[in-house]
Ligand binder design. Sequence first.
Ligand code: GLN
Length: 188
Amino acid sequence: MVIGVLALQGAFIEHQKSLAACGVDSVQVRNPKELENIQGLIIPGGESTTMGKLMNQFDLFEPIIEKAHIGLPIFGTCAGLIMLAKKIVGSTQPRLNLMDIEVERNAFGRQVESFETDLSIPDLRNEPIRAVFIRAPYIKSVSKDVKVLAKYEDKIVLAQQDNYLAAAFHPELTKDLILHQHFLNMIR
Ligand code: GLN
C-alpha cells in the first residue's frame, strides 16, 4: 500500500514520518500524475487559502475530486479538514467540497491560537489521545451522514463520512499513531 501526502505546503513531512512508523510507504503529491498509484491521500495542515491557490495552480482539484468520488480515502488534518468541507463560514475560498460539514476557521480565538489537550475518542480507544491544535478550525455542523468521533468543549474536532476522515488537530505532531492507523484501516 502507498499513501500520497499532498506536499504543496504545510506539515507533509511529519505525516510521512507517521506513515513510516506505521510501516507504510508514502509519496509526495504535487501533480495529477502522482495521484495515480496511491491507495489513500493525506491533506496536511498549513494555510487553507494558500493551499487552495497552489492546488489550482497545479491542476489538482479536478483529479482529486474525481478520485474521491470513486472512493479514494482522504484524511484531512487542520487546513486539510477545511479543504474537505462543503461549507466554510464566511468564505468562498477554493475547497474540495466533499464532506457534509460546515467549518469555522481559526475558531479558538487569539488567546488560545495553539494549545494541547487530551481528547477522548471512544470509538477508537478507551484512553484519550494527546491532541495539538494550531490556529485550528472546528466543525460547526454536520449532516446526518457524518459520524462525529471527538469533541473538544462541545466543538466537533474529529469526524468521518464514507471514505473521508477529518481532524481539526495535528496527529502527525505526536508519537501516537492511532489516527493514522484508523485511516489505514479505513483503506484496508
Ligand atoms: N488556520 C489555518 C487555515 O485556516 C489552518 C491551520 C493549520 O492547518 N494548522 O487554513
